[in-house]
Design a protein around this ligand. Structure first.
Ligand code: KIV
Length: 266
């Protein structure tokens, strides 16, 4: 694998080559993931749930994100390292700039934030102006779980679907270079992927996205509660961690994952 940049991901989209992305929280798994061909490693604030045992991502601190980003950065040389800005760390563009700067200093090459409010769009613009690449996140927004009323599929009503498409275009226009789309119907994800020139990475968004991301623990069959519909245990049929991760990469690349059983209809 060559060094992965935002530009390289855009070339992959244009060439129809699917992008494999997984979450990572420490150096040892980072080495394993890069070695198995995972192009994008996301230090997700999902670490609040899978590492810290919290019920949601809301309590994850900036210090925790910086710590785990530093750990993952030590394990990789070529994969693109994206780190989440946690809950309220980008409540104003000024706070976002300070906190994104901390993640970049820790080794991130791009930061991710959720939603598309006027303040988020201004923040994306500001970060990009200062040389910080940005990944947006639309659909199910885990940091807004209490306003969404739970972890459920988004954009099933036509009005909401159109609104998410508009938001995706607004994020791209503000300068975002990558978009994570979580838990939306397959048809909506397809429309958004076709409408955008930046790559769209899906989780529970169907097979038509430019790439797929999953939480590493779900891929390895380590699930504390109910496994989400979009997750798949790649340890089944594989006898090593490396083989399971390589199977995820292979299935993403050949469009075999996600299948209809991992996806949502209209
Ligand atoms: O925090 C995270 O791990 C994420 C992925 C689920 C996309 O945002």
């Amino acid at each position: 694998m060559k060094t992965v940049t935002a530009m390289a991901l855009r070339h992959m989209k244009n060439a129809g080559e699917k992008i494999a992305c997984l979450t990572a929280y420490d150096a040892s798994f980072a080495v394993l993931l890069e070695g198995a061909g995972v192009e994008v490693l996301l230090v997700g604030d999902s670490l609040g749930m899978v590492v810290q045992g919290q019920a949601s991502t809301l309590s994850v601190s900036m210090d925790a994100m910086v710590y785990h980003t530093t750990c993952v950065a030590r394990g990789i040389t070529r994969s693109l390292l994206v780190a989440d800005l946690p809950f309220l760390s980008y409540a104003t563009p000024e706070r976002a700039l300070d906190n994104a700067g901390r993640l970049m200093a820790a080794g991130a090459k791009m930061v991710k934030l959720e939603g598309c409010s006027a303040s988020v769009l201004e923040t994306v613009h500001r970060l990009v102006q200062w040389g910080i690449p940005v990944c947006g996140h639309l659909g199910l927004l885990p940091q807004s779980v209490h306003t969404l009323g739970g972890y459920r599929v988004q954009g099933t009503e036509p009005d909401r679907a159109t609104a998410i498409l508009d938001e995706a275009e607004a994020l791209q226009n503000a300068g975002a270079e990558l978009l994570v789309l979580e838990c939306v119907p397959v048809t909506l994800a397809k429309r958004i992927t076709e409408a955008l020139s930046i790559p769209v990475i899906g989780i529970g968004a169907g097979v038509h996205c430019d790439g797929q991301v999953l939480v590493l623990y779900d891929v390895l069959g380590i699930v504390l509660g109910k496994r989400p519909r979009f997750a798949h245990d790649f340890m089944q049929g594989n006898t090593s961690l490396h083989d399971a991760i390589a199977a995820f990469v292979r299935d993403v690349k050949r469009g075999a994952f996600p299948g209809p059983e991992h996806s949502y209809g209209t």
